[in-house]
Design a protein around this ligand. Structure first.
Ligand SMILES: [Cu+2]
Length: 220
């Protein structure tokens, strides 16, 4: 139980990892420090080089420059939002892709964003979070509002939807398009400021992991 079965970034493993993470979470503290064993051994050599990844057991970190497409999306109020300006508002930003009817990884990612808000507390006043629906046909602004309420999203956390083609273009720009919502994978993106690189987390990091990644990013 020390790890959750390796890289969550692999397609075959994504739902298994989501389930394993949920099941394993209460035991992570108790299991910490125990030797890695069982089917996790194949990834042991990789994970032990990165204390962050090993502790989480569930994500890998990389850094990228992405060209954000010039698209206008729609927020929870139904207002049009130029994505580039929403991302470039001059403060640190978290970004992920979700859809409201998902029963696998999106509820986990949204719960994590909610916990990140809480863990950051006053420090989070300068942090924005953006969740873009990858199911725009179903995720109307009204549904996004209900979803935001369900996840106790604060004023700094926006949910966006839009035209299907634009949503695909955005996912492709972040190398996050996997052919449709049923093939989606858990990704979280963080950026310290406009024009800077994006930190990409492939997999399901915990809120504590995301906060640590955020602090590492803004401490530079
Ligand atoms: Cu999902």
């Amino acid at each position: 139980m020390t790890t959750t079965g390796g890289r969550a970034g692999t397609r075959a493993g994504r739902h298994a990892v989501a389930g394993a993470l949920l099941a394993a979470t209460p035991f992570l503290c108790a299991a910490a420090g125990e030797p890695v064993s069982g089917d996790a051994h194949a990834h042991h050599a990789h994970l032990r080089h990165d204390a962050q990844a090993q502790r989480a057991g569930s994500y890998t970190r990389s850094v990228h420059f992405y060209r954000v497409p010039d698209v206008t999306l729609v927020d929870m109020a139904g207002s049009r939002v130029a994505l580039a300006s929403a991302l470039d508002a001059g403060t640190p930003v978290f970004l992920n892709f979700i859809f409201t009817s998902c029963a696998t990884i999106c509820p986990v990612m949204s719960a994590t964003f909610g916990q990140v808000q809480e863990q950051l507390g006053p420090e989070g006043e300068q942090v924005r979070m953006i969740s873009i629906s990858i199911d725009p046909e179903h995720d109307t602004p009204e549904r996004l509002r209900a979803y935001a309420t369900r996840h106790r999203a604060g004023s700094r956390w926006r949910f966006l939807t839009g035209e299907a083609a634009d949503i695909v273009a955005v996912q492709k720009a972040f190398d996050a398009y996997r052919g449709g919502k049923m093939g989606h994978e858990p990704f979280t993106f963080l950026r310290a400021s406009a024009g800077g690189p994006w930190v990409r987390l492939d997999g399901l990091g915990s809120a504590t992991d995301l906060v640590a990644e955020y602090r590492r990013l803004v401490a530079r």
